[in-house]
Design a protein. Structure first.
Length: 590
């Protein structure tokens, strides 16, 4: 988590750094800071809270300098405070470091440095990097950085500047994301592409174990031994506009409304090239992912088992990594991750690869670590997703998983027709936004929610509950409706809204019985079903309709009203929808 940025060039560094930090704020927003080299001195400014606090504190200050680094923090070591905000410096304030990730052996390094008399100013792991670089410096920043990284353990990316060599920024990647942006007479470093999009579309993603040495004139790349590495330049197809709000109140709302388009883009993207992966060639498939991507994996399991008839296990990446899952040759691991940088997913998939499994990454960010480190990649074409709550990346993940599952079937053409209809059907649901707003009005003050579904809509119940929890801070549970009677039904009373997904699929009748069980305990049913379903309408206190579709495609439809419901409730509660508390968009720590 945390966002880092670096700039060196012909322009003034400060506005570039602040703009880039705003676009990286989704990665963390506990504190922010910048360091600009001004007249061979480091100028530092840090503030607790969001970037706007930092911007406020800089108002009226004239800071001129053409090189600098910046940081937006998601706290790991040390509470969110000004003292722990980055950049961190050495004692003489000649070296400044911004860092994303964790230096696992920082306590040992800290003790070692303290024994040598070094005084620490913060509780962070980052500060050891600044002191070590200062200690190792003998006139060449790159040399000092290379010596320092050999002492660090963990997953991290950092950028460093020194007043001794104005005009130079050195960046390091080991486990956390870092990209270089190539401009004309200026170069950039950042944790993610949107940060630098207004300036350049030429991007070079760094691999783990690489260092980038930036000056305004050019960028050189090295491995940790100091050997030059060859890099390819990637041209980004996103534009700046697609990373902005476009008239919507929040990114999340804009991203929900983009779904018809990006589902279409993802279908076209999938169809534009032959799939390298034939799922029938594997004895077993493991899907590893976190959060919303994990829920996409759960739906994928149903599709793959139904269409391909290969057994699928879906495992939280954080559990897979330290479990004893027998994985090896003959297995396919599908690693699903919007960012392609989630630490748990990344480390788990490389572990599976080492043990002989093939890894297929399903990512949204081209050039992300998972994309580069996997045997095969499939892309969602969702464009940049800024809202912390995943929405359009979920429905596009589903779209690609569905296409993958059907791609080698005899009746492929027929099944394809179904999914080609989905963008239009999602559009129809979005046109019903006012109704969902009304439902949100009614239920915004409730303290607990249950979400029920069965079969393909069970993962959607989980996803609906996750959306509500993460942006509205209301307690919500997703549950397979048939399991209710084994315990959770005890929770039902007349204060419990139960969002019940009951579309006309193979479990429709079963869902109706489960809804009866809820009603007879006075639960408040919010039905999500087919728009022409008069039976469900009668059973529901409130009803949200979705159009008819092929049974297997319903999850891509039923999730949309649940995203909107969560959004509207959080918005009515006046919460920070795009940057909910305690969260970050990309979780690059374990
Ligand atoms: O980038 P990833 O898809 O790997 O991210 C996984 C989760 O961190 C992510 O889905 C998270 O749960 C979202 N906040 C959900 O809205």
């Amino acid at each position: 988590m945390c966002g880092i940025v670096g700039y060196t060039g012909k322009g003034e560094a400060l506005p570039v750094l602040l703009g880039a930090l705003e676009r990286l704020e989704y990665r963390g927003y506990d504190s922010a800071g910048v360091c600009v080299i001004e007249n061979k001195k480091l100028f530092l400014e840090k503030k607790k809270g969001k970037i706007r606090e930092l911007v406020r504190s800089l108002l009226g200050k004239k800071i001129l300098g053409k090189t600098g680094i910046g940081h937006t923090r998601w706290a790991t070591h040390g509470e969110p405070s000004e003292r722990n905000a980055h950049p961190h410096t050495d004692e003489r304030e000649e070296f400044a470091v911004v860092h994303n990730g964790i230096v696992e052996n920082f306590l040992q390094l800290r003790e070692e440095l303290q024994k040598e008399g070094v005084k620490f100013k913060s509780d962070t792991d980052t500060e050891v990097i600044a002191h070590l670089i200062a200690k190792n410096y003998e006139g060449d920043l790159l040399e000092a950085v290379l010596k320092t990284v050999k002492r660090l353990r963990g997953a991290f990316a950092f950028a460093v500047v020194t007043s001794k060599e104005p005009g130079r920024v050195v960046g390091v990647k080991e486990g956390s994301p870092l990209i270089v942006g190539l401009g004309e007479g200026e170069n950039f470093l950042a944790s993610d592409i949107p940060a630098i999009l207004p300036y350049t579309k030429k991007v070079v993603p760094l691999n783990d174990g690489e260092v980038a040495d930036l000056t305004p004139e050019g960028v050189s790349f090295y491995d940790f031994e100091g050997n030059p590495t060859k890099k390819e330049v990637m041209l980004v197809s996103w534009d700046v506009v697609s990373a902005q709000k476009g008239g919507f109140k929040h990114f999340m709302l804009k991203e929900i409304y983009e779904q018809p388009k990006v589902i279409g883009d993802s279908i076209r993207g999938f169809l534009s090239k032959e799939t390298e992966v034939d799922l029938r060639n594997y004895r077993r498939i493991l899907i590893i992912a976190c959060g919303t991507s994990y829920h996409a994996g759960l739906v994928g399991k149903y599709w793959i088992e139904r269409f391909v008839r290969v057994p699928v296990e879906v495992i939280y990446a954080s559990e897979f990594r330290y479990g004893d899952y027998p994985v090896g040759e003959g297995d396919l691991v599908i690693a699903i991750s919007q960012s392609g940088e989630t630490a748990d997913t990344k480390f788990s998939s490389s572990m599976a690869k080492e043990r002989g499994a093939k890894v297929l990454a399903l990512v949204n960010v081209v050039g992300s670590s998972l994309d580069r480190e996997s045997d095969f990649t499939l892309y969602t074409h969702a464009g940049p997703e800024v809202g912390v709550a995943a929405t359009k990346t979920f429905t596009t993940q589903l779209t690609v998983l569905y296409l993958l599952a059907i791609s080698h079937l005899k009746d492929y053409e027929e099944l394809l027709k179904g999914i080609l209809e989905v963008p239009r059907l999602v559009e129809k649901i979005l046109n019903n936004g006012e109704k969902i707003k009304e439902v949100a009005q009614k239920y915004q003050k409730f303290k607990n929610f249950l979400y029920l579904g069965r079969y393909l809509n069970y993962p959607i119940a989980l996803e609906g509950a996750l959306k509500l929890k993460e942006i509205s801070y209301i307690h919500a549970e997703g549950y397979p409706a048939g399991e209710m009677k084994h315990g959770p039904i005890a929770l039902i009373d007349d204060k419990m809204p139960v969002v019940s997904i009951a579309v006309k699929d193979r479990v429709y009748e079963k869902m109706l019985s489960n809804i009866e069980e809820v009603l007879s305990r006075k639960g408040i049913v919010i039905g999500v079903g087919n728009e022409d379903d008069e039976v469900l309408k009668k059973k529901s206190k409130d009803f949200i309709g979705v159009p008819r579709a092929r049974e297997e495609l319903y999850p891509i439809l039923t999730v949309v009203p649940l995203q909107l419901l969560a959004y509207e409730i959080a918005n009515l509660l006046g919460l920070d929808v795009d940057q909910p508390r305690n969260l970050a968009k990309t979780v690059t720590v374990e």
